[in-house]
Write a protein that binds this ligand. Sequence first.
Ligand SMILES: Nc1ncnc2c1ncn2[C@@H]1O[C@H](COP(=O)(O)OP(=O)(O)O)[C@@H](O)[C@H]1O
Ligand SMILES: [Mg+2]
Length: 456
Amino acid sequence: MKIEEVKSTTKTQRIASHSHIKGIGLDENGYAIQSAAGLVGQELAREAAGIVVELIRSKKMAGRAVLLAGPPGTGKTALALAIAQELGSKVPFCPMVGSEVYSTEIKKTEVLMENFRRAIGLRIKETKEVYEGEVTELTPCETENPMGGYGKTVSHVVIGLKTAKGTKQLKLDPSIYESLQKEKVEVGDVIYIESNSGAVKRQGRSDTFATEFDLEAEEYVPLPKGDVHKKKEVIQDVTLHDLDIANARPQGGQDIMSMMGQLMKPKKTEITDKLRKEINKVVNKYIDQGIAELVPGVLFIDEVHMLDIECFTYLHRALESTIAPIVIFATNRGKCLIRGTEDIISAHGMPLDLLDRIMIIRTLPYSQEEMTQILKIRAETENIEICEESLQQLGAIGTKTTLRYAVQLLTPSNLLAKINGKEGISKEEIEEMSELFYDAKQSAKILAEQGDKFLK
Ligand SMILES: Nc1ncnc2c1ncn2[C@@H]1O[C@H](COP(=O)(O)OP(=O)(O)O)[C@@H](O)[C@H]1O
Ligand SMILES: [Mg+2]
């Protein structure tokens, strides 16, 4: 199984409007602080979410499911993302929307399976022989192209590595030079090179350079201790999907097969069930040997009522397998038809037997005061100036429509304020924008009144 070249494939979309959320905002006893970590109100749901986080951390949640149920704009998606924030970046979190399963190219269950595996992490600990240190020199040595013609090729690269204990100069293959370039390694970086595979890992910039620049998005690491050439415990966090991808695609360059390499034949181009089974087998072996540890993450399925009965059946079974993530569903539907059935009406459009094993967290509508608070946080996050009075007004609009609608009015109102030559949003802009854009309820009302004028 290939591990070295595994690249993370974490999905990062769909969070722009939730960028103010940094966590659940509980106190040390697990009670919700009215406004903390970007979240406001919704105390009971937040406390329940806090317990879910605890269960996930203590690994008591794998194969279980939670449903966030509540009207539109009550913070279901926000809460799911807050859970992800609390779990931190080492626990995989894979968000998807129910309707994603409907694609003309991929089977529904295939989409679900892929996302399932994006939500299951594997922490691999290996002791590897490495060359580690701060790069003191990086010189590619060129020779005339042996095939004749013009141009030169890199014949080898000379690299100097420094630790607290000493310095070593290495002469490396051109293939490693490619890896060094891929990792954008420069003099002054701390790196290690695996001696077996030649894989290069850049750990960060040596902290002796920390004062050289102003605060940048750069990670500074201390000068490594010990010898340059040594055994090192290397920890890698990957998801099962990362492993699927790495082993499915034949890749050029550093084609490293690790211990289990023989299992997988090269030149596979597709993730098949067979490949997944083989990967699971290797993963289980790693776990038994104590090399790897399973890190069940979170699969978040928003708008779950969009799934159909086939998907639900599949999910139910998948939840029962030994390797399963925690699944968090969200829906704003009450009783409705289960998709893919003729006449089965069920709560949240989900089959009863699945509902039966789910813990349900309710989200309730916000008060006007809470909406105003949330709108204020959003305005601050988006760097929008808005006066107290306008915030109140927007909060009032929120209670009549939805919070999401009110939040969405912020950006165009700000734009209009700019056009009007103002510092920030005032009553005028909000009035104009709420007349220009309809919320779902208004729009439905107009459709009902003037239905005959629309194409059917
Ligand atoms: N309790 C809350 N605190 C802060 N922001 C919130 C809260 N609830 C919702 N929001 C924000 O309001 C908007 C709408 O909420 P959202 O989570 O999309 O609702 P839902 O998924 O229930 O329809 C989002 O921008 C979200 O981040
Ligand atoms: Mg939502």
